[in-house]
Design a protein around this ligand. Structure first.
Ligand code: PFF
Length: 544
């Protein structure tokens, strides 16, 4: 046990569960999930989704909770520090770099989308987003609001009002983080999580009582809307589509916040005897409730009732949320109220998630470099502000956001999730890991999960990752038997590279290098600390 450092702790069990659930419940639940489920034909998608939840969702979640609590007792809270004590190699800590850069880099663009939500709720509340029935006007509004047309538009004044919301949202996040774990994150989540669930329930009741708003269009009924979201399509054919499995597994990661380095940090602030099995399950189940029962019942059915199947088809995550839904609210009674409520709900959900992206960086700067709270918050604030400005400046086609999201928010998280489950099952060892997970546990994990966690999860992850690289990175086309790398690859190394994409990847590399250097400095500090506490133990034991 490291005695030189005073660790922060969560103040209550409910608090930590709400904080982890807060990290998990976010834009992924209310925008990303409904979009994917509708796109892939929900019956088949839900089968792949629940299989992924069982094979990788719960197992990695338990692994992160367990490893985090264990390392926290030794005084380590960031992935580099945690991996440093779990992996008996001097290189272990460097692997932990992923658990810091993933959340820090995702924060750089997630907070930008958070600002869109804040802006939309504000404009709805003041009646400024009631632009009539034409979807095109909403899409024009969104494009000018976020600077979709030209790079640099937002910083030149004029159209990009989002910058003011961004500043406010940035300040809110750092203020809460500055207040610390119990007085900041925990307190905010204790208020925000129930509030967002109440808001979602009110909107859900509204949507479920919409009936058939336009009698001239009887097929646009609520029942058909729910059907468009939930009816099983041609399940067999759909399940043969590897893209569906990729999407389902990716959604499980993104939604539960596993594989990001976030839960491992949050759980490191638990006490030795705090339960992790039931708490992990509860937080994940709360996320699934918000995703499947709330997110899945609101967005798509509401859009269907007013716009029909054609109105939803082909809409990506942002299209659905920021172009389609505002039309839907405009067509409902009391658009200002429901529009405000929905986007405020998204905003709250996003803040509780973005807070969890900052804590790993703060933990690392404090324990690795010995910075105090003020210094760590300032340094991380500067770093994320630079990254965020980059994303905001290169707003044309949201190219920077999209590129970084692909490489960090998709590729890197597969890698970190795989590393985490292998550390649990093989480096620590499944027997030891299992026993550690059950210390203070309120329920037991069913025994067959031992097999899943040791063999099935890593194999499943590697298979999904292999598929992902095969189809989405190097782009194998089964019909023509040719390779057509995706634009994410050709943008970087193709005949006509894209400068913004290249710079975005350059930014990711720079941030990674920066943290690798800091980790090597931190390593020296940790070695010295350990030598110090070993000496203290030795001299204690010499006492008569
Ligand atoms: N789980 C969040 C969502 O569903 O929106 C997203 C997220 C949270 C991503 C925390 C990354 C992270 F570190």
């Amino acid at each position: 046990m490291n005695r030189t450092r005073q660790s922060e702790k969560w103040s209550s069990r409910l608090g930590v569960i709400l904080a982890v659930a807060g990290s998990a419940v976010g834009l992924g639940n209310f925008l990303r999930f409904p979009g994917l489920a509708a796109q892939y034909g929900s019956g088949a998608f839900m089968i792949a989704y629940f299989i992924s939840l069982l094979i990788i969702g719960f197992p990695i979640c338990w692994a992160e909770w367990t490893l985090g609590r264990y390392a926290g007792q030794q005084g380590y809270h960031s992935s580099p520090g945690i991996f440093n004590i779990l992996i008996r190699s001097r290189y272990g800590k460097f692997l932990g770099v992923l658990g810091v850069i993933i959340p820090v880099i995702i924060y750089m663009y997630y907070v930008y989308i958070e600002a869109w939500c804040a802006g939309y709720s504000w404009y709805f509340a003041w009646g400024e987003l009631n632009l009539g029935d034409d979807p095109a006007s909403y899409s024009d509004f969104w494009k000018s609001f976020i600077g979709f047309g030209t790079d640099g538009m937002l910083l030149e004044g004029g159209q990009g009002k989002v910058i003011w919301f961004l500043l406010a949202v940035f300040a809110v996040n750092f203020l809460i983080i500055y207040r610390g774990l119990a007085k900041g994150i925990e307190m905010f989540c204790k208020f925000a999580m129930p509030a967002l669930i109440v808001l979602a329930l009110v909107i859900l009741v509204r949507v479920l009582t919409l009936g058939t708003p336009d009698p001239a269009q009887p097929d646009r009924s609520l029942i058909n809307g729910l059907g468009s979201m939930w009816n099983p399509g041609d399940v067999r054919t759909q399940l043969a589509n590897p893209q569906l499995w990729l999407a389902a597994a990716g959604q499980i990661f993104f939604s539960l916040s596993v594989g990001f380095g976030v839960i491992i940090t949050y759980s490191s602030y638990l006490r030795d005897s705090d339960d992790v099995v039931l708490s992990g399950l509860t937080a994940s189940s709360a996320n699934e409730f918000c995703e499947v029962a709330l997110g899945g019942m609101i967005t798509v059915p509401a859009a269907y009732v007013f716009l029909g199947a054609a109105g939803i088809a082909g809409q990506g995550t942002f299209g659905l949320g920021f172009n389609v839904l505002p039309v839907v609210f405009a067509k409902m009674p009391m658009p200002a109220l429901f529009g405000f409520m929905f986007f405020f709900l998204l905003f709250l959900a996003a803040v509780t998630s973005s807070l969890s992206m900052l804590q790993p960086g703060i933990a690392f700067l404090e324990e690795g470099l010995g910075l105090n709270r003020r210094q760590s918050v300032t340094l991380l604030g500067l770093l994320t502000a630079i990254g965020c400005l980059f994303v905001v400046y290169f707003s044309k086609d949201i190219k920077a956001l999209d590129t970084i999201d692909f490489w960090v928010g998709t590729v890197f998280i597969f890698i970190l999730a795989t590393v985490t489950i292998i550390i649990f099952g093989w480096v620590v060892g499944i027997e030891k890991g299992w026993a550690e997970a059950h210390k203070g546990a309120e329920i037991r994990i069913p025994r067959f999960f031992k097999f899943i966690m040791k063999y099935l999860s890593p194999v499943y992850l590697l298979a999904i990752f292999g598929l992902f690289v095969w189809y989405n990175v190097i782009g194998y086309d089964g019909e023509t038997k040719t390779f057509n790398p995706t634009s994410y690859v050709t943008d970087l190394v193709g005949k006509e590279p894209n400068t913004v994409a290249r710079m975005s990847v350059g930014l990711v590399i720079l941030v990674t290098l920066f943290f690798l250097i800091l980790i090597s400095l931190a390593g020296k500090r940790w070695d010295a600390e350990r030598a110090g506490s070993q000496a203290a133990v030795d001299s204690d034991s010499m006492k008569p």
